[in-house]
Design a protein around this ligand. Structure first.
Ligand code: ANZ
Ligand code: ZN
Length: 815
């Protein structure tokens, strides 16, 4: 067993700390490289293998960059507000602040034991007032710009627990705590107007070095769709409504219209005889979530309202229905139904025996209804014969002249609901005054502190609403008694700007200094889970752009390059997570093998962006690899002391030099792309070559071997930081290996003097020959035919053809 282990980790961690090796050098900011790993939620208090996979492995990348000359900024902190701590408090009575801060203390120690290059001077903890003060400040700035506003919106409501539930607390429509049916309840809540940025958020995705899949997910989430907005009048009423459609060309195919059950118009137009049915249906809809409503497998249902709309061109009456497949929050909350050319409308019309009309004739004969493809307009009066694309334009232009329609771009993206009826979050800095209305807390009164002494018992009210000392305040404008907002901010608000705070975490005057952040930003490499594709990564981009437009920052995008680590699954095949109870603790492995062996195993055992099921079969092989390296270095030191050396650079040295340079080149390239497993495979080959070199020669070129080992230890360093420091010291080199430069590979060493070529005879490989790498075809052919082994196969036969494929193979055809 290798002498490497935890004691070596501790030795070097101490030294690194004493010498402040990883302190970010602000004078070298022009060489900065901002490497950020998504910070973790301090639940559970223990780091598991998944955390290690993100932080430990990315640290190796950061170390590679340091050796390549960058001034790496790699901070660490905690996303410390949120629901789990509050739920834990409800269960155990332990205050969220106490459990959170306690967990953070444990996690800090574990993260330090990992031996990553985090510069702890820049730590941030989002639940500390010196951080959330600025989260609140951002809220105020958005409010000033009209980007934060209030409106009614439904929340999940459990009538039995008398409480608001987060989406994740609703399991199959039932309350996670008591299993009773969850309903919806309208509350006035705060929103951020992310939709103002929909177009830029979409368009700028193209320029980002992000996984294509993630970009696509974000693109779909934003969901740009081009179509038209068309106005329908209501028979016998002054009311009108609009529909959004991507297919204005099918307008003549409209045989009915459907409003979302929540559409405010419904109550106004429903006729008395249909009231009961409509209300019953509305109640039923409240229990469904949007995902279920949109599911193609969800049966399309609805009820008639008793009213009719007037077709904007033909003037015909079409019945107005409500149906849950129409969402209140998308488009206009109303659709013109074209059962001839839309699957959902077809299903609905068939069920309720509504007319189905063809208005598009496909180019093919076989276009049964519903036909959703392209074609020519039919049954459409003056528009008959137009191709559908022309038809869209013609119909919308016609409607425009009557002021009944226009082209419209629609986004699926919704404004971001940031109110949470929860305690453990940043209070929303707003005051309600009977005389002045909504009054933002003046900046100089921030932070609005979250009080410690609160009652968590769920009873239908926000915990803060029960805290008299908190809610009662005076109006900043008129000085009269007023009340504070009692909702707190979604924790995604906290994490939407943390990367801006890290480089300037101690700033008391502003959230961050603009000039400094313009130098430190953007984040050059962001590493974290793919589950954040749509929420966090989109919210952060939005907040960034809003701050940019207010003049607080200059660059456009927060995260230039993004990597998703793969998911490590527990032995049960599920994603490793505390809530699943399937976590593997790294502690035992580190105790036994040392943190570098564990880290390298994570890099070698998995393709980084893929992950996979956890098993530790390979960890011993990595420990043996360490052992082999260490024994070789010890052997070299012995040889060096013996003094027997040679100066010449012969075939064997050339061969080892080739492997060395090839390894430097490959490791540099692969590790840069987060392909750590192949990088390690190359280093293993190099170690094999070191052993074969020493055993194949009588005398060793010690100077050459020493340079080789120094280079090897340097490229090994990012992968095994403690171990490499130890080896570096053994080699008698000056502290620290991390102050070295990543070795440059020598392209000349990669040109081999001789190369091996396979010889095929009638399609079967029968031998190998060694030729000068510069040899011409004639020479190669001659050597091949003279080879003893080859001769054995061709003697006495007629050579029909010899084909030389340079650098690869020689084909001999005989008969
Ligand atoms: C008539 C029509 C005819 C439609 C046709 C489609 C095909 P995307 O691409 O997702 O934007 N729609 C509009 N608002 C809706 C809502 N609030 N809830 C559910 N569906 C809604 O889809 C736009 C299409 O989805 C619109 O175009 C509308 O149906 C429907 F042959 O209008 B279409
Ligand atoms: Zn007032």
């Amino acid at each position: 067993m290798s002498k490497y282990g935890v004691h070596i980790d501790q030795k070097w961690q101490k030294k690194w700390e004493e010498t402040k090796l990883y302190k970010f050098n602000k004078d070298r900011v022009d060489k900065k490289l901002y490497c950020l790993e998504m910070f973790s939620y301090p639940s559970g208090s223990k780091l598991h293998v998944g955390h290690w996979y993100n932080y430990g492995v990315t640290d190796s990348w950061a170390r590679l960059k340091r050796l390549q000359g960058f001034e790496v900024f790699q901070p660490m902190g905690f996303d410390a507000f949120g629901l789990p701590a509050e739920n834990y408090a409800i269960k155990t009575g332990i205050h969220p602040q106490d459990s959170t801060l306690e967990n953070i203390r444990t996690m800090e120690i574990q993260l330090k034991n990992m031996g990553a290059m985090f510069d702890w001077d820049y730590e941030i903890i989002t639940c500390n007032p010196d951080y959330y003060k600025w989260t609140q400040w951002i809220f105020l700035k958005l409010y000033e710009k009209g980007l934060a506003y209030r409106k009614e919106a439904p929340v999940n409501w459990c009538p039995d627990c008398n409480t608001v539930l987060a989406n994740e607390q609703v399991v199959n429509g039932l309350c996670e705590r008591c299993n009773s049916e969850v309903t919806k309840k309208n509350l006035t809540q705060w929103f951020f107007k992310i939709t103002d940025y929909a177009e830029e958020l979409l368009e700028k995705l193209d320029g980002l070095d992000w996984p294509e899949k993630t970009k696509l997910m974000q693109k779909n989430w934003i969901g740009k769709s081009e179509g038209a907005q068309i106005t329908f009048k209501i028979k016998g009423s002054e009311e009108t409504f609009e529909v959004f459609t991507t297919r204005p060309d099918t307008l003549f195919g409209v045989t009915y219209v459907v409003l979302a059950p929540e559409n405010p118009l419904v109550d106004k137009i429903t006729t008395p005889e249909y009231k009961e049915l409509v209300e019953e249906y509305q109640e039923k809809t409240k229990k469904l979530n949007e995902i279920d409503r949109l599911a193609t497998t969800h049966e399309k249902t609805g009820v008639f309202t008793g009213s009719y709309a007037i077709h904007p061109i033909t003037g015909k009456e079409v019945p107005i229905w409500i149906g849950d497949y129409v969402l209140a929050t998308y488009g206009t909350g109303a659709v013109m139904a074209v059962p001839g050319h839309d699957e959902r409308d077809f299903e609905f019309a068939t069920k309720y025996q509504l007319p189905i009309v063809r208005v598009i004739k496909g180019y093919d004969e076989n276009d049964d209804l519903p036909y959703t493809g392209p074609g020519t307009l039919v049954n459409s009066d003056q528009f008959n014969g137009l191709d559908w694309e022309e038809g869209k334009k013609a119909i919308v232009s016609f409607l425009k002249t009557k002021d009944l329609g226009e082209f419209r771009i629609n986004y699926r993206l919704r404004d971001w609901l940031v109110s949470r009826q929860r305690y453990w979050g940043a209070p929303i800095p707003i005051i309600y005054c009977d005389s002045c209305g909504i009054v933002p807390v003046p900046e100089d009164q921030l932070p609005v502190l979250l009080p410690y002494d609160v009652d968590f018992t769920p009873d239908g009210k926000s915990p803060l609403a029960k805290h008299q000392g908190f809610i009662n305040t005076t109006c900043p404008t008129c000085g009269k008694a007023a009340k504070r907002e009692t909702d707190t901010l979604d924790t995604f608000v906290d994490s939407s700007w943390y990367y801006l705070r890290y480089p300037d975490n101690k700033n008391e005057k502003e959230p961050f200094n603009k000039e400094w952040l313009n130098k430190m930003g953007p984040v050059d490499k962001y590493v974290g889970g793919p589950e954040h594709a749509c929420m966090h990564l989109l919210y952060a981009r939005f907040i960034h752009k809003a701050l940019r437009d207010m003049g607080y920052i200059d660059f456009d995008e927060p995260f230039i390059s993004l990597v998703h680590q793969g998911i490590i699954l527990g032995p049960d095949g599920n994603r490793m997570s505390k809530s699943k109870g399937n976590v593997i603790s790294p502690d035992g492995y580190i105790e036994t093998y040392g943190s570098d062996v564990f880290r390298m195993y994570l890099m070698f055992g998995f393709a980084y962006t893929e992950g996979g099921p956890w098993n530790d079969d390979g960890i011993k092989a990595i420990a043996r690899f360490f052992d082999r390296i260490e024994r070789f270095i010890d052997k070299f030191i012995e040889l060096k002391n013996s003094g027997e050396t040679k100066d010449s650079f012969d075939k064997e040295e050339k061969e080892l030099n080739y492997v060395l340079n090839y390894t430097i080149k490959s490791v540099g390239q692969d590790a840069d792309k987060f392909q750590f497993n192949t990088s390690i495979a190359r280093m293993m080959e190099l170690v094999n070559s070191l052993y074969s070199y020493t055993s194949s020669v009588d005398k060793i070129n010690l100077t050459f071997l020493e340079t080789t080992l120094k280079k090897f230890v340097t490229i090994l360093a990012p992968f095994a930081p403690h171990f490499s420091e130890e080896l570096w010291e053994k080699l008698g080199q000056e502290y620290s290996v991390f102050n070295q430069k990543w070795p440059e590979y020598d392209p000349k060493a990669l040109i081999k003097d001789t190369i091996e070529l396979a010889v095929q005879i009638n399609g079967k490989v029968r031998g190998k020959i060694e030729v000068d790498s510069g040899a011409d075809e004639k020479t190669i052919e001659k050597l091949a035919l003279e080879d003893e082994k080859v001769k054995g196969y061709i003697d006495g036969k007629t050579i029909r053809k010899v084909i030389v494929i340079k650098g690869k193979i020689i084909n001999i055809v005989v008969s």
